[in-house]
Design a protein around this ligand. Structure first.
Ligand code: AHR
Length: 520
């Protein structure tokens, strides 16, 4: 039951991209209203931003936040969220069947990003709108004063251009659920036109085409090939989205839980396949740049509850009924996460780091209340951390410098969907400037603990290593959760690490665990 993790002979694959620790704020449920924005809350500042939430966002270490959707963006008018709040229109949001008050919009989100110290990544509406609205939004957001739209922004109180560099051209346009969804050929032509025009307007933009909504969409592969081949010259990124869930969570089925613990296999397949399509598009265009991946929605989402809600609506309308309620900021997608969910998210983060030569940006979805690491209780209540907060925060706050992908020799575990997979996965970052390193590791085996021996010898300039800090997240009950009543049921503790010699560490990882070792 011993795994070896060795850096001997390895070279760094890339630097750690700061944008890898991005997140996502969508106008969905209580992510915005009752999440980041709640004017009546005791901690709200003059803008209505909850300070308790902001404090946790900073502690999480989020670097970049995608906004305002998600499915929401595909029937959103960006202008609705600008100007005096009392004049903003109230509208229906078709994506989540809610009423949108527009009390938060791009100007307010810009102010929030300044407070949270995060970069903004904006998505434009390619569903009910397109080229014209995208160009107008770009001019409003980034334009220098002196044109009608830039001056409107100044009048609305934002004097300086927001300088938003990364723009997503639509959201999940391959998905039949998306307002205005498109075929691969339709989207390829549309994104090429919009990206071309946006780059005429501003040369330094980094533009993200919609990729596939998951690696099992009927058009997966074909979508990327057609879109990237057609629009190669005008694009910088292609998106990837993937959510994972334990399909046996209601019955505590061990086979399903083991499958879920190996979700990184699917993410790896997704990344490798899209990277190949991007390389083929580069070759077809005789190009010299690599299209990078923006994994701009990832995480654990128990989507069965939302699926049941949609099915209930379908039944109602099949019976000739009109489903009446269009609530404002209802409790939607408020998943409460387990210890096992945190291990899976830790392993997905390791996968992203191991592929950061291609994945140069990622957004964990979402940030607050909605499938989120941070929960914000209503009615003046507190904000608290879900189990999944911890692996993200560790990587975001401590993974620096260059990424090393170790050679791993691990016991295997049998899974339903992926065959036999390695129980242990790991990645190492090393910052030569500060001479600090971080090892992140998981044991995704439901049935057994494993001893791990790590050889850091391959870090050429590292010399003698001293372990400075360790973390382990594990619970004997993989289904244990943090809740509003018991916010510290699952929190990281110290991991016992033995230093065998200058470059060799050993420790034991219990079944279903995530760990971090910082060294200098
Ligand atoms: O994050 C929740 C939803 O998942 C997003 O709105 C959509 O893009 C994806 O399907």
């Amino acid at each position: 039951n011993t795994a070896t993790v060795s850096l001997t002979g390895t070279k760094p694959i890339a630097d750690v991209p700061r944008r890898l620790f991005g997140s996502f704020v969508e106008h969905l449920g209580r992510c915005v209203y009752g999440g980041i924005y709640e004017p009546g809350h005791p901690t709200a500042d003059e803008n209505g931003f909850r300070q308790d939430v902001l404090d946790l966002v900073k502690e999480l270490g989020v670097t970049c936040v995608r906004y305002p959707g998600g499915n929401f963006v595909s029937n959103y008018n960006w202008e609705d969220g600008t100007g005096p709040r009392e004049k903003r229109p109230v509208r229906r949001d078709l994506a989540w069947h809610c009423t949108e008050t527009n009390q938060m919009g791009i100007d307010d989100f810009y102010r929030w990003s300044q407070k949270s110290g995060t970069e903004i990544m904006l998505a434009v509406n390619m569903g009910s709108r397109g080229l014209h609205a995208a160009l107008e939004e770009l001019e409003y957001v980034n334009g220098t004063a002196g044109t009608e739209l830039a001056d409107r922004r100044v009048k609305n109180g934002i004097e300086e251009p927001m300088d938003v560099k990364m723009w997503c051209i639509g959201n999940e346009m391959d998905g039949p659920w998306q307002v205005g969804h498109m075929s691969p050929d339709e989207y390829a032509a549309a994104v090429d036109r919009v990206a071309h025009a946006m780059k005429l307007a501003e040369s330094g933009l980094e533009l993200v085409a919609c990729g596939s909504s998951n690696a099992h969409m009927p058009t997966f592969g074909e979508w990327e090939r057609k879109v990237l081949t057609k629009a190669y010259r005008n694009l910088d990124f292609v998106s990837a989205h993937a959510y994972y869930m334990d399909r046996g969570h209601r019955t505590h089925d061990a086979v399903e839980l083991q499958d879920f613990l190996a979700s990184a296999e699917d993410m790896t397949y997704f990344i490798d396949t899209v990277a190949k399509q991007a390389d083929a598009a580069k070759a077809a265009n005789h190009g010299d740049k690599d299209i990078a991946l923006s994994f701009d929605e990832w995480g654990v989402w128990y989507s069965d509850a939302w699926g049941e809600q949609e099915e209930a609506w379908r039944q109602e309308s099949a019976n000739g009924l009109h489903h009446g309620a269009w609530p404002v900021a209802p409790h939607l997608l408020e998943d409460i996460y387990t210890a096992a969910d945190a291990v899976v998210e830790g392993s997905l983060m390791i996968t992203l780091l191991k592929h950061c030569d291609r994945v140069r940006s990622a957004s964990r979805a979402q940030l607050v209340n909605v499938i989120a690491p941070i929960m914000a209780e209503p009615d003046g209540g507190k904000a608290w951390k879900q189990t999944i907060f911890y692996p993200f925060a560790e990587a975001a706050n401590h993974a620096r410098g260059d990424v090393y992908v170790p050679a791993i020799d691990s016991p295997t575990v049998a899974t339903k969907s992926y065959g036999d997979v390695a129980a242990i996965d790991a990645v190492v970052t090393w910052d030569a400037a500060s001479r600090r390193g971080l090892l992140l590791a998981v044991n995704c085996d439901l049935g057994a603990a494993h001893d791990v021996t790590v050889s850091l010898d391959g870090l050429s300039d590292a010399g003698d290593m001293t372990v400075t800090r360790t973390r382990i997240l594990h619970d004997d009950n993989p289904y244990r959760q943090n809740t509003a009543e018991d916010t510290d049921a699952v929190t990281p503790g110290d991991l016992d690490v033995t230093t065998v010699d200058a470059g060799t560490l050993t420790f034991a990882l219990p079944a279903v665990s995530w760990a971090a070792v910082e060294f200098t």
